[in-house]
Design a protein around this ligand. Structure first.
Ligand SMILES: Cc1cc2nc3c(=O)[nH]c(=O)nc-3n(C[C@H](O)[C@H](O)[C@H](O)COP(=O)(O)O)c2cc1C
Length: 379
């Protein structure tokens, strides 16, 4: 089942394994692609995933999340980005590559001054964003569309919008962070308008055949935030608008402040990357949300989060609970995991211990498994 090709929009993905977007921390100070990216994407392409999604690239300087994040906010970035696309195409037989694009909005530790649909304090950083003007919203919509055009020009096969985990798209979608009273806030239709306009503007630039898909939250895990009832309604609208697939995740950063007894699982520094799967937290922890999305959608549903064995992969696919399986941390430890599993080599389980040590490596110029410092597979 996992070796069976399936389409996302107009492109065929050779198997059901996707490398989920994973921030690299490898760009120059100005956001340009470096040789470190090339080495990383060469290993991943050789590892057998059918589709590789890059770490998030910022569409505007006002949306940069971290130092050494890749930029896609001007045409100057196109030559560097094209090296990533070329590397994947040259090293992975029929492997496809998507650029993930994002704007962090209110959720940035890096920026002094943040913007957001509404001026609601971000409880982790204690920063109060400035409410975006309508002109600024138009500027950000345009920046997303231009980023999609640049990705296509750089040779990417598709683009994924980062609409999960509390960044600006989540901020528009979520009633927790969007208190606007104009036509970008209020009803679910109005909160989805931002994504509708991004899609329509982008299609004018890249045509309907270039797949634009999205990662979004099944639930925000915050009181007053998006619920599964709402997110499935949003997903249906996105399908109608033309989005080609949906990767289902959950949580915003502020969840890290909540307690286990309120959530039923232990929140961590990045709530979307739950720790110690199988010991402290459940495997495939976003499965109920993906299943709810599958029930209402015809476009492919991608499941991410704590998928720790090939037996589980087979089960999810044969139950038709999701169409694709996405992996982030396990591929930091073992970039060749899809090939290893497909060839039946070694354990059924992943080697990754879900310790989240990889998160801090991105602050020191790389992305690698903290447990494998000496035998880093990307060096
Ligand atoms: C180091 C690191 C960087 C990440 N960067 C991104 C990112 O750029 N975009 C994104 O959508 N998710 C990002 N994530 C979240 C992962 O894509 C994924 O949703 C999460 O880790 C759960 O999947 P896993 O259990 O397979 O790791 C990151 C996670 C880690 C550990």
């Amino acid at each position: 089942m996992y070796s069976k090709p399936k389409k996302i929009g107009s492109i065929e993905i050779k198997n059901r394994f996707i490398r989920s977007a994973t921030f690299e921390g490898m760009a120059t100070e100005d956001g340009y692609v470096t040789d470190k990216h090339v080495t990383l994407y060469e290993k991943l392409a050789k590892g057998g995933a059918g589709l590789i999604i890059t770490g998030y690239a910022y569409v505007q300087k006002s949306g940069q999340s971290f130092e050494n994040q890749t930029g896609v906010s001007s045409d100057d970035f196109i030559p560097g980005l094209s090296k990533i696309a070329e590397t994947v195409h040259e090293n992975g037989e029929n492997c496809k590559v998507a650029l993930q694009i994002a704007h962090c909005g209110r959720q940035s530790r890096f920026l002094e001054n943040t913007i957001s649909p509404s001026a609601i304090e971000e409880k982790l950083t204690r920063k109060i964003p400035r409410e975006m003007t309508r002109e600024e919203i138009q500027g950000t919509i345009d920046a997303f569309a231009q980023a999609i055009r640049r990705a296509k020009e750089a040779g990417f096969d598709a683009v994924q919008l980062h609409g999960a985990h509390g960044y600006i798209i989540t901020q528009f979608l979520s009633p927790y962070s969007n208190k606007r009273t104009d036509d970008y806030g209020g009803s679910l239709e109005k909160r989805t308008k931002f994504l509708e306009e991004i899609y329509l503007k982008s299609v004018d630039l890249v045509g309907k055949d270039f797949p634009i898909f999205i990662k979004m939250n099944g639930v925000d895990f915050i009181e007053g935030g998006t619920t599964i009832e709402e997110s499935t309604e949003v997903a249906k609208r996105l399908e109608q608008i033309g989005y080609a697939a949906i990767e289902v995740s959950a949580g915003i950063w502020e969840v890290a402040k909540l307690r286990k007894k309120d959530l039923g699982w232990k929140p961590t520094f990045l709530p979307e990357s739950r720790m110690f799967i199988g010991k402290m937290n459940e495997p495939a922890y976003n499965l109920p949300y993906a299943e709810a999305f599958k029930k209402v959608l015809d476009i492919p549903v991608i499941l991410i989060g704590g998928i720790n064995s090939i037996t589980l992969v087979e089960q999810i696919l044969s139950d038709e609970s999701a169409d694709f399986i996405s992996l982030s941390r396990p591929l930091i430890r073992e970039p060749d995991l899809p090939n290893r599993w497909m060839k039946g080599i070694g354990n059924d389980t992943v080697d990754c211990e879900y310790c989240n040590g990889c998160l801090s490596t991105t602050a020191s110029g790389g992305l690698f498994c903290a447990k494998l410092q000496e035998s880093n597979p990307y060096s």
